[in-house]
Ligand binder design. Structure first.
Ligand code: SAH
Ligand code: SF4
Length: 369
């Protein structure tokens, strides 16, 4: 529930409207997990809330996998009776793609953060939007699950809050970025995804400029996104992943429905902030999308869009039952240089948590929650 819904709930209990704001403050800012200890509310009201059956919910982290590089991957279970789980990933020191690529321009880390004793100066949380995914990209492990169901807004925002709690993050003090790049296609669960963003911005207090949502190119979703007010609109990343429609349709069949030009046209409708850039993500598939002629094509394509843009290169992370190959290190470096030489800002994303299957595109539920 957002503050407005909490207010209606309080009014229903015969309380003044401002109790809703007070409750939102306790639940989302102070992150109190038990009504009993919200001491800003009178004891009688706390009892009444409990008697009415209201609880402060949190998705449960049911399993934790820890990588040698500090990445933590969580299996997170909502409150729905189906018990389904999704995966959420914590990456201390960012992922070199979103936090380390110049898009986080909030300046040097203040010394006080280094002294916070938390062991990290900045971090990125990778968030899921659906259980599984219907999009069927040929290189992605999540695709193998198919779509099991949409996540509710509370389940999406709740993943973030559960991790903030676990890592003792102080919002407004610690530097945390969110990437909606976990399981699922956010723009095929648009209403719940945006409701979650509003909860995270308006109630939890996170900045939308520290959030990036990635889409495989769902044009109607991008068009709706373009209408969102700046105060709650995250930054946008497009999974390009191929140099032209022919190859893209092969690796991302969704391209037959919404080809590259249609996606780019929709992106042009977004009113960008000063210095905001569109990210094009590009998964390098060995022999398939990593050749020098592909790099030249991508450089031309990105320049032709006329958009303020950058490219995040990701070497494909292998997964069981997927018949692609990880690109050669030299191919990755040659590709990166060709884009840079072609005038395109380009960043190489370092794989994180590969040993625990937490790297990009490797998220797939492996344990029944
Ligand atoms: N559904 C959205 C967001 C989740 S996927 C989307 O597709 O954009 C997040 C990113 O992971 C996408 O850019 C996708 O291309 C990339 N990805 C998927 N499988 C991958 C793999 N095996 N290795 C590297 N990146 C992968
Ligand atoms: Fe879905 Fe994104 Fe994976 Fe494609 S890459 S199947 S859109 S999660």
């Amino acid at each position: 529930m957002n503050a407005a819904e909490l207010t209606e709930c309080m009014v229903g209990l015969g309380e003044p409207r401002w109790r809703g704001r007070q409750l939102a403050e306790a639940i989302y800012r102070q992150r109190i997990v038990d009504v009993e200890v919200i001491t800003t509310l009178p004891k009688a009201l706390r009892q009444k809330i409990a008697e009415e059956g209201w609880q402060i919910g949190r998705p449960r982290i049911v399993q934790v996998f820890t990588s040698v590089d500090g990445t933590e991957r969580y299996l997170v279970q909502g409150r729905a009776p189906d018990g389904l789980t999704v995966e959420t990933v914590w990456m201390p020191e960012g992922d070199d793609g979103e936090a380390g690529d110049g898009s986080d321009d909030s300046g040097p880390v203040p010394a006080s953060l280094n002294e916070s004793g938390k062991g990290w100066d900045r971090a990125t949380i990778c968030v899921s939007s659906q259980v599984g995914c219907a999009v069927n990209c040929q290189f992605c492990l999540t695709a193998k699950l198919g779509l099991q169901r949409n996540l509710a807004a509370g389940e999406i925002a709740g993943q973030v809050v559960a991790v903030l709690d676990r890592q003792k993050v102080e919002v407004g003090k610690d530097r945390v970025n969110l990437v909606f790049m976990g399981m699922g296609e956010p723009f095929l669960n648009y209403d719940n995804f945006m409701a979650a963003v509003r909860l995270l911005v308006e109630e939890v207090g996170l900045s939308p400029q520290r959030m990036t949502v990635s889409t495989s190119g769902i044009v109607p979703g991008i068009q709706r996104f373009a209408e969102e007010p700046l105060e709650v609109r995250p930054k946008l990343a497009i999974s390009l992943n191929a140099p032209n429609d022919e190859i893209r349709s092969e690796v991302m069949p969704i391209n037959r429905k919404w080809p590259i030009d249609a996606v780019v046209d929709a992106v042009r409708g977004i009113r960008l902030r000063t210095r905001e850039r569109i990210t094009f993500e590009y998964v390098l598939l060995g022999g398939v999308t990593d050749q020098p002629q592909h790099a030249a094509e991508v450089a031309r394509l990105v320049r032709r869009t006329g958009l303020p843009a950058k490219v995040n290169l990701i070497a494909w992370n292998p997964g069981p039952g997927i018949a692609y190959e990880t690109p050669q290190a030299v191919a990755v470096e040659t590709f990166r240089r060709a884009l840079a030489a072609g005038g395109v800002p380009v960043y190489l994303r370092r794989p994180r948590g590969r040993d625990i299957y937490a790297a990009c595109g490797q998220l797939k539920r492996t344990v029944e929650g």
